[in-house]
Every structure is written in structure tokens, then in C-alpha cells.
Design a protein around this ligand. Structure first.
Ligand SMILES: [Fe+2]
Length: 304
């Protein structure tokens, strides 16, 4: 029974590091950590070293970092991954130093090949505490992956990795929490209809007004708003989706159902109708979730 603390970080590939760093810092409202490195930029919205790492590549997802509850989870996790026949390696010392993370293992989601690092702890940043700016961001909330075989990806996370399903929209998307993290979902798996990819990434904000003020602020900046404001039926979140400079879909959301570790309600399967996605039934721009490659990294030759 693997136990998690939280969705740790997302490593994104972008085409122009300067442009995207500026966007995530000034338009989204993250704090840049460290300087303008040539190969990677770190940004955060928490007291950890970083929540987002930007690299140069085909726009999309490079890697997902999930923080384990403690270092005691590392070996049991390695064991369940091996028993499931999955490649698993230690996160290298070089990567641990770069990402400021504790010990952990790297593995690859079986359908999309997406790289997942599971680690114990991330150092805090030495810099000043995170202070929200343009939006009162509380945390990196979740990501949604598109899977070419959605049921298989959901089985992998639930049966091997002990994620818990909170709700599904039938045939479209399944929302899961990284147990015992209370939030309705830290990870969603959408039906990619034959395609793998990054669907969107999310930042949770602390105030409903952040959704409304961000809508007008982003409009003034000519940032494309592709869905919302609206309200998700499954989690109860109020949402606003917009595009980053490469067309990656970013979401602000306010409010989310939380689950106790014991006695959680049963997951629901909602019908695939517009109200299940958005109680307010607003229009959806076709550019939503249209961009988002998943980088395929080769497993190391020697598993350890
Ligand atoms: Fe979302």
C-alpha cells in the first residue's frame, strides 16, 4: 500500500525558455527560483525548491514528480513495480541534486511512456517565501494525461501504485487522488482516443475572485482563454483554462472536494454529458488540450 504526500513537480518542455519563464512568472504568478540557466528554469508556488521545471523540447510533458509520504515508501514501491514487470531505476545522484529531491525511483507509465519520479522529500528554497502576485496560487494542483488506452493507465495507477479513484466521467476521464492526499484529484487520466499527451496542468487558487479577475487580466494580455469560467461537477471546482505561449493548457481552479483517509465515499461514474464537465455549460475552444507531447525517455539499460 504505497502512500504519497502530494503531486511534487511537473517538468515541462517548451520551445523558448525565456518566453515561457516570463509567462509562468509574470502572467501565471509563479516565483522564479535561481537564475536564467541555459538548460532548465525552476519556478515555484510553495515552500519547496520548485513546482515547475522548464526545459527546451517539443511542447509538453517531460516528467512528473510525485512525493512519497516518506523514504520508507521507496523500497515497497520498487517491489510493486518489479512485481508488475515495470522497469524501475534509482533516480540518479545528478538528477537528485538538480531537482533537490531525496531518494527515489524512476519508472515509466506503460501506455504513454511518460516518465514518473517517485521521491521522498524535496528541499525548501533558500530564497524568500513564496508570495502570491497576480493570482493567489496555493499550490500545484493536478495534471491530466491523455492516454491512448485509458482503462489500462487507470489500472496501472490504482492496482500497482495505490491511487484511489474519486470520480469518472464515463468513457472520458477518471480522476484519482494520490492516497492519502485528501484532494479529489492530483491526477486525471483522459481518454486520448488513440493519442497520448498532456491534457492540462492546474494551479489551485485561494479565492473565487482569482477566477474572475484572472479572466479579465488574461483577456487584456491577449492570453487565449479556452474554457471557463465554469464549474466542474465531479470535484466542485470553479475553473478557468488558458493557453501558455506554446499552446499548453493551464488551469486555475478554486475549491475542491477533500476526502478523509478512512471512510471516503464511493467513486461515482457520471454520464458523458456537458453538465458533467461544466455545470455552467460554457463553450470549449478546440485549442483546449490540443498541444502537449509526452517525452519518451529510454529506461536505463540496467535496472537496479
Ligand atoms: Fe483540471
Amino acid at each position: 500500500m504505497i502512500r504519497y504526500k502530494r503531486l511534487g513537480y511537473l517538468a515541462l518542455n517548451v520551445t523558448d525558455l525565456d518566453r515561457s519563464t516570463q509567462f509562468y512568472r509574470e502572467t501565471v504568478g509563479l516565483q522564479q527560483v535561481g537564475g536564467d540557466g541555459v538548460s532548465v528554469r525552476y519556478l515555484r508556488c510553495s515552500d519547496k525548491h520548485h513546482d515547475i521545471a522548464l526545459y527546451v523540447g517539443k511542447p509538453g510533458l517531460k516528467r512528473v514528480g510525485l512525493e512519497l509520504e516518506s523514504a520508507a515508501q521507496v523500497e515497497p514501491l520498487r517491489q510493486v513495480l518489479r512485481e508488475a514487470g515495470r522497469d524501475v531505476v534509482n533516480i540518479s545522484a545528478v538528477d537528485r541534486t538538480a531537482m533537490h529531491t531525496g531518494p527515489g525511483v524512476r519508472t515509466w507509465e506503460p501506455v504513454s511512456g511518460c516518465t514518473f519520479d517517485f521521491y521522498a522529500g524535496m528541499e525548501g528554497a533558500d530564497a524568500v517565501p513564496f508570495e502570491p502576485t497576480v493570482a493567489k496560487i496555493q499550490r500545484l494542483g493536478h495534471l491530466v494525461l491523455r492516454s491512448a488506452d485509458q482503462p489500462a493507465t487507470v489500472r496501472y495507477f490504482t492496482e500497482v501504485l495505490n491511487f484511489k479513484v474519486s470520480d469518472s466521467i464515463d468513457g472520458a476521464v477518471t480522476f484519482m487522488r494520490c492516497f492519502p492526499n485528501p484532494f479529489h484529484h492530483s491526477l486525471g487520466i483522459s481518454n486520448g482516443k488513440g493519442r497520448n499527451g498532456l491534457h492540462h496542468l492546474n494551479f489551485m487558487v485561494s479565492d473565487a475572485d482569482d477566477i474572475g479577475t484572472s479572466m479579465w487580466r488574461l483577456k487584456k494580455l491577449d492570453v487565449p482563454i479556452v474554457n471557463g469560467p465554469g464549474r466542474h461537477l465531479p470535484s466542485g471546482s470553479m475553473f478557468l483554462y488558458f493557453l501558455d505561449p506554446d499552446g499548453l493548457t493551464v488551469e486555475y481552479s478554486f475549491g475542491m472536494e477533500e476526502f478523509a483517509e478512512e471512510g471516503a465515499r464511493e467513486p461515482r461514474t457520471l454520464p458523458p454529458v456537458s453538465k458533467s464537465f461544466d455545470l455552467w455549460e460554457g463553450p470549449v475552444d478546440p485549442r483546449k488540450a490540443a498541444v502537449g507531447e509526452i517525452e519518451r525517455s529510454q529506461p536505463a539499460a540496467q535496472t537496479v
